[in-house]
Design a protein around this ligand. Structure first.
Ligand code: GLA
Length: 387
């Protein structure tokens, strides 16, 4: 979408006048390292082309008025001088949260009119919520002429997700949405937030996202339950070795010795996390040394572990992964994000992308009677100011 078109849309909603700014915040896909972020482990996401635009201009009366192209006719309004709390419409909580936390931090803000325009679907497992939060902060900071350290920005948005969207998420989504780098995936250590960017060679690899269109609702309690099970495992391991602060610290040997002391479910949750951290690090090495076949196998193992040990997959997603693995030119495929629907991510040789897209859509349609949305994407930069 061009800047001119975005501004025309804004003017249609809010009228003309004032200096307009345009901010973008991308979605993300995680290549590997799932449900490891809140265990202080490793993740390997990249920012993707579908994104959210925030077209905005300052107001002098301290009010924030926000509209979304996805929810025509509903407007969110709040005042910077009052207390900002959760409220209606529901989507506005992704705006309310970050603004409330910026105010609580003492950042001097100014009022804003803002139109939000998406090419990123909401609730599809591609971190639309993180993109909403990060874009909101970027927009507010831009209008106020303020800036913020990238990790602090990601952490503020993570807190907004906890407090205003009731999802006790880790730090992966907000970090990659803030700090993604074009043509690279990010190997992020979620303990100290250190990161290494690994190039994705466009001539050799294409990342393809397949949206199952099965609804994914992380505030449903399943996510929080997984976190609690991980914490339970940490308490157990911590008794024998006080140096263990998170599942990140548990070795394979400790895991096996602990088997008898844990319930079957908690043991399997821990086994997923320990294995997934190893796979994530190996995967980054494989990409660096162009061992794509091996990288693909790690993706498949990750999926199986999420399906069997972590139990966050669904039959539609399992089918998409299975189907992808049988198509020509596919190195690997797995569920991506929190689970319970959402998307799969596949690594495909560029010349097979077209047939991949066609065949996976067809197979899914005839098995489930659902139109999957399938697209190839390059890695993009994190959120930024376009104008
Ligand atoms: C969601 C959360 C992330 C992460 C993933 C699972 O996307 O927002 O913090 O935990 O699930 O890897």
């Amino acid at each position: 979408m061009t800047l001119a078109k975005l501004k025309t849309e804004f003017t249609r909603e809010f009228g003309s006048g004032g200096r307009l700014h345009v901010i973008r915040a991308p979605g993300r896909v995680n290549l590997i390292g799932e449900h490891t972020d809140y265990n202080e482990g490793f993740v390997f996401p990249m920012a993707i082309e579908p994104q959210i635009f925030f077209v905005c201009r300052p107001r002098t009366d301290g009010k924030v008025v926000v509209k979304s192209s996805l929810f025509p006719g509903s407007t969110a309004e709040m005042s910077l001088s009052g207390r900002i709390t959760k409220g209606e419409p529901k989507w506005s909580n992704y705006v309310r949260g970050p603004i409330a936390l910026l105010l609580a931090k003492g950042v001097p803000l100014v009022g804003m009119d803002c139109l939000i325009i998406n090419t990123l679907p909401m609730g599809g497992g591609l971190s639309s919520s993180a993109a909403m939060e990060v874009g909101t902060v970027r927009a507010m900071l831009t209008l106020a002429g303020e800036s913020m350290d990238e990790s602090a920005l990601a952490q503020l948005c993570q807190k907004a997700e906890h407090d205003f969207a009731d999802v006790p998420c880790g730090i992966m989504d907000q970090t990659i949405v803030v700090s993604g780098k074009a043509d690279h995936a990010m190997l992020l250590d979620c303990r100290d937030l250190s990161r290494r960017f690994v190039p994705l060679d466009k001539d050799e690899l294409t990342v393809v996202v397949t949206n199952s269109m099965v609804k994914h609702e992380l505030s449903g309690g399943e996510y929080a339950e997984r976190r609690q099970q991980c914490e339970e495992a940490v308490r157990y391991f911590g008794k024998t070795d006080p140096a263990i602060r998170a599942l990140r610290d548990v070795t394979r040997e400790q895991l096996e010795t602990g088997r008898t002391g844990l319930s079957d479910v908690v043991f399997r949750r821990a086994r997923h996390v320990v294995g997934e951290n190893e796979r994530c690090l190996k995967f980054a090495e494989c990409l660096t040394s162009r061992r794509y076949e091996q990288a693909g196998q790690l993706m498949l193992q990750s999926h199986e572990s999420l399906r069997d040990d972590y139990e966050v997959s669904v039959p539609e997603i399992d089918f998409l992964v299975q189907t992808a693995m049988n198509l020509k030119g596919v190195y690997g495929s797995r569920m991506t994000g929190g689970g319970f629907g959402g998307c799969t991510v596949s690594l495909v040789q560029p010349r097979f992308v077209e047939s991949f897209v066609q065949e996976i859509r067809q197979a899914y349609q005839s098995r489930f009677r659902i139109e999957a949305v399938v697209f190839a994407t390059h890695a993009t930069d994190g959120a930024g100011v376009l104008e």
